[in-house]
Design a protein around this ligand. Structure first.
Ligand code: HSE
Length: 339
């Protein structure tokens, strides 16, 4: 039996416990052993949960920690403590990956364990693993992604006539939105995700502060009518363009000829262009309890299979990126995605 711990019993942490329980049979088959959640740590008073990280990191039976607390602290301190004890950490915490991912990856290497963060981008879509394992040889020149489930849910519902506040409330009730939904609607969450993707494919560390960022709060219902009349839809995109030297987040007009046009509700779509493979499109649930938890469990299984070595996560040793270009201003209210 392999023991793991979950840090933070919120939406995603609860999802990890649920996936481990519901898919025990499939996990055992994939792992060749059973998986058990030995500890749940939460700073709140929750029956059965512990509050002391030392209990977890000093227990030699714990092989992997799932960090689903979100935010920088105490997630950073706890992650560092686990890695320094040789315990691999799997996370959905894009804020931490963006801010400390390079440092934490180095600590993992020094202690022969792994720091994986599949669930930090695209919810349940296995995009990071695919980029590092299947596309490592590709020269990826462009990424255009619908990367925030909450914004996509809001925009889809606004297009159908609902107002912004009502759609946001629904996204919060469904567990898609960040604790502070400004991180979603102002585009910062998308900025963190496109910065992580740009870092992986460029081999230079982009931080979210380097991303030119505009959210969805200035979009009106009239904008949707205009877009529709032109055969387009409005989507919040994170776009990395290696040739232009830009990383931006902005609402785009997406033509109905684009594969991103039909990506609605909480779904994410990530379109990648490689010089040899041409276009690849990834689609799936970008937020929500079980899809995000499923991505974490995939990382847990990989860490256990590779126990004793460090899985190259694409972040270790990255030097800071320089943003060399400035994105052109749109001629109208919105930029238009080239199909
Ligand atoms: N708030 C995020 C979203 C959660 O809506 O996409 C998943 O990262």
């Amino acid at each position: 039996m392999i023991n793991i711990a979950i840090l933070g019993l919120g939406t995603v942490g609860g999802g990890v416990a649920e996936v481990v329980e519901k898919n025990q049979k499939e996990i055992t088959k994939a792992l060749g052993d059973t998986l058990k959640v030995k500890y749940i740590l939460d700073i709140r008073d929750i029956p059965g949960a512990v509050k002391d990280i030392n209990l977890i990191v000093n227990d030699p039976e714990v092989k992997v920690v799932c960090e689903t607390m979100g935010g920088k602290e105490p997630a950073y301190t706890y992650t560092k403590a686990a890695l320094e004890h040789g315990i691999s950490v799997c996370t959905s915490n894009k804020e931490l990956v963006d801010a400390y991912g390079v440092e934490l990856s180095g600590i993992a290497r020094q202690h022969n364990c792994s720091y994986l963060f599949e669930a930090s981008v695209g919810g349940g879509i296995p995009i990071l693993r695919t980029l590092r394992e299947s596309c490592g040889h590709e020269n990826i020149t462009k990424i255009a992604g619908i990367l925030n489930g909450t914004c996509n849910y809001i925009l889809t519902n606004m297009k159908a006539g609902k107002d912004f506040a009502e759609a946001l409330k629904e996204a919060q009730e469904k567990g898609f939105a960040e604790r502070n939904p400004a991180a979603d609607v102002e585009g910062h969450d998308t900025a963190r995700k496109i910065a992580i993707l740009a870092s992986l494919v460029s081999g230079k560390k982009y931080s979210y502060e380097q991303v030119e960022c505009e959210g969805i709060t200035n979009i009106t219902r009239y904008d949707f009518a205009d877009a529709e009349a032109k055969g387009m839809s409005i989507k919040l995109l994170g776009v990395y363009d290696a040739n232009e030297g830009t990383v931006i987040v902005a609402p785009y007009l997406v033509p109905n000829t684009s594969v991103l046009y039909g990506v609605n509700d909480v779904f994410n779509g990530i379109l990648i262009h490689g010089t040899q493979v041409d276009n690849l499109m990834f689609y799936g649930r970008g937020a929500g309890k079980l899809p995000t938890a499923s991505a974490i469990v995939a990382d847990v299984i990989e860490c256990i299979r590779e126990q004793g070595r460090t899985i190259p996560n694409g972040f270790d040793g990255l030097e800071p990126a320089e943003v060399t270009g400035k994105a052109k201003k749109p001629s109208g209210k919105f930029r238009i995605l080239e199909a």
